[in-house]
Ligand binder design. Structure first.
Ligand code: CP
Ligand code: NVA
Length: 294
């Protein structure tokens, strides 16, 4: 089984991964030999702090080990050949790629599980840690509202699919031309209440979670100036955050650009859960590795 997009996990598998993530966070020592003798490949076409290090730590803390290759995946040989080398040596492939098609090609040819560690379309590992963090704060998420304010791309897509499947109402506020992919909106709308708007206040009104991400993702650096202008009304600041419920929390996948998509005051506020969220990358990915590799 692969995790190419959030929907590769059935609702039952999503629940099982989350239960295991809470469990491994409570009692990590119990799981310290689970991946003994197993190796994971980390293939990263883009930079990473959290994802790469937490996958490496997760594998090691479960008794296995990880090897990494950084840089373009298909520069020297086709993706299908890369996949059929790695699956002879290691028991899982974690890949951060520019294009979702690279993840799908790896998954098509690999005999071992392939995990999407961020593509242009999805960031499913991030969404798992995010819903783990929300469950820690709120318990069951059914009926709660999550407001995503900013660029409707990979992180927003995965939140719509993963938080939506746990019963959350997901409202995305993004400028025209930066709204989520219509096919992913249609898919998420089959099982979740999804609101797409250009109005950040409408999205945040009544929300229990306010979430944002950078305005220029990795690979979009040349668009940064134009995006800074277009996204300016979408900054999560104290004024906007005040429209959420009084017990609302703030989440951000990180890295953040303080003063652009979010203010320093919101990042550092007592209602910011960003470092719990970052910590949970480790626990959620341990659960995922145990589920997929065992
Ligand atoms: N949130 C996240 O994926 O962080 P990195 O880019 O540092 O891995
Ligand atoms: N949307 C961002 C997320 C980084 C974790 C990017 O793709 O760069």
């Amino acid at each position: 089984m692969h995790l190419t997009s959030d929907l590769d996990l059935t609702p039952e598998a999503l629940r099982a991964v989350l239960d295991l993530a809470h469990e491994v966070k409570r009692t990590p020592a119990r799981f310290s030999k689970t991946l003994a003798g197993q190796y994971v490949t980390l293939l990263f076409e883009k930079p990473s702090l959290r994802t790469r290090l937490t996958f490496e730590l997760a594998t090691k803390q479960l008794g296995g080990d990880a090897v990494a290759s950084i840089g373009p995946i298909a520069e020297r040989e086709p993706v299908k050949d890369v996949a059929r080398n790695l699956d002879r040596w290691t028991q899982g492939i974690v890949a951060r790629v520019f294009s979702q098609t690279t993840i799908e090609e790896l998954a098509k040819w690999s005999k071992v599980p392939v995990i999407n560690a961020l593509s242009d379309l999805y960031h499913p590992c991030q969404a798992l840690a995010d819903v783990q963090t929300m469950e820690e704060r709120f318990g069951a998420l059914d009926g709660l509202k999550l407001a995503f304010v900013g660029d409707g791309n990979n992180v927003a897509h995965s939140l719509m699919l993963t938080a939506g499947r746990l019963g959350m109402h997901v409202a995305v506020a993004a400028p025209e031309n930066y709204q989520p992919n219509p096919e992913i909106i249609a898919e998420a709308s089959k099982f979740a209440e999804i609101t797409i708007t250009t109005d950040p206040r409408e999205a945040v009104e009544g929300a229990s979670v306010v979430y944002t991400d950078v305005w220029a993702s990795m690979g979009q650096e040349s668009e940064a100036a134009e995006r800074t202008r277009i996204f300016a009304p979408y900054q999560v600041n104290e004024g906007l955050f005040a429209k959420a419920r009084p017990n609302a929390i703030f989440l951000h996948c990180l890295p953040a650009k303080r003063g652009l998509e979010v203010t320093d005051a919101v990042m550092e506020s007592p209602r910011s859960a960003i470092f719990d969220e970052a910590e949970n990358r480790l626990h959620a990915q341990k659960a995922l590795l145990m589920m997929l590799l065992k």
